[in-house]
Design a binder for this molecule. Sequence first.
Ligand code: NAD
Length: 378
Amino acid sequence: MSKPKLRIGMVGYGFMGRTHSNAFKSVGQFFDLPRTPELAVICARDEGRANAFAERWGYGSVETDWRRLIERDDVDLIDIASPNDTHKEIAIAAAEAGKMVMCEKPLGRNSSESRAMVEAVEKAGVANMVWYNYRRVPAVTLAKQLIDEGKLGRIFHYRAKFLQDWTISADLPQGGEGLWRLDKAVAGSGVTGDLLAHCIDTAMWLNGGIDSVTGMTETFIKERPHTLTGKVEKVGIDDACAFLARFENGSLATFEATRYARGHKALYTLEINGENASIFWDLHDLHRLEYFDHSDEGRVRGWRSVHITDGDHPYMDKWWVPGLQIGYEHSFIHQAADFIAGLNGEAAAPTFRDALATDMVTDAVLKSAETRQWEPAH
Ligand SMILES: NC(=O)c1ccc[n+]([C@@H]2O[C@H](COP(=O)([O-])OP(=O)(O)OC[C@H]3O[C@@H](n4cnc5c(N)ncnc54)[C@H](O)[C@@H]3O)[C@@H](O)[C@H]2O)c1
């Protein structure tokens, strides 16, 4: 008997529209799932480009207005892969129409938007998830397993950074296609909501809730021409942010993100130091987990670099043979797999409610950068 379909309505055909389309297109080939995803409708405002995308990826049809997409009764899941200022309105309308909703991060431009979205999906009782994909890089999932098994013992330190260098030029405009991340009205914030939100989601998943934070932000280039208005306008986003955090388990943390770290393109690293062991992970080498176990015999004790390609590593039994690694796009395939599997059992995380917790931390960080005080993070 054929499995029921899961008909996807995708909003946006940009960077994330491609990763999500790839995930839903491939996931059924590698995972046994209760439903078969179908690329039903792609929605974007430019009809010509949307048609070209539909043809390339095999979408059944095209809509140019997300409201029309939500009205359709041949779509089960609305997947929001458009800029941050669109998330709230689309997600709430989709939930009210009884659709499942997946949404890109950050959930809202701030926690009050996110809270309204949580209320909508919970009131409607629809399946929901936010694409914090780094949880599903197998090395990061393995880190979670090791921590949950108590291998690290008491955790003392969490250290995360996410460094880029693409906005250093003062000539770069803000706003519009490809540059909406520099426009506060669209993005909500700069590196705090864009990059640190990832670090915070992974951190709270691995190490529990964050109690309080104190941070600093800087906007190095104060004015930029706006692509849409043609005028030179004040830059409202944070170009760089660093903050200290206290976790509820008593551990101390440092977080840093910037788009001004010349030479770094997407250097997301995290390190956790426990009583018995430490873990280090680097997105540039995402198939490795660096692990130090103090219980090793002293003469051979040292950091080991575990190549995460064996069948007993998370997700890896679905892929190739030991020694052959997978990449960035697979984290989205794993997330799609877990979401679909969760439809017939325990819902997969992070849900909208989990992502709200992250937005509360980013709000607190931005607030503390203004007040110069420690701020509660929940
Ligand atoms: N999970 C991750 O690692 C990750 C990485 C990058 C971006 N993101 C998030 O994904 C979202 C999209 O980012 P991106 O990099 O793909 O952006 P992008 O600029 O590459 O693509 C955005 C797409 O949204 C479309 N769009 C904009 N407004 C629309 C509207 N009103 N209706 C329909 N379509 C509309 C655009 O045409 C474009 O296709 C953002 O929320 C971003 O923060 C997440």
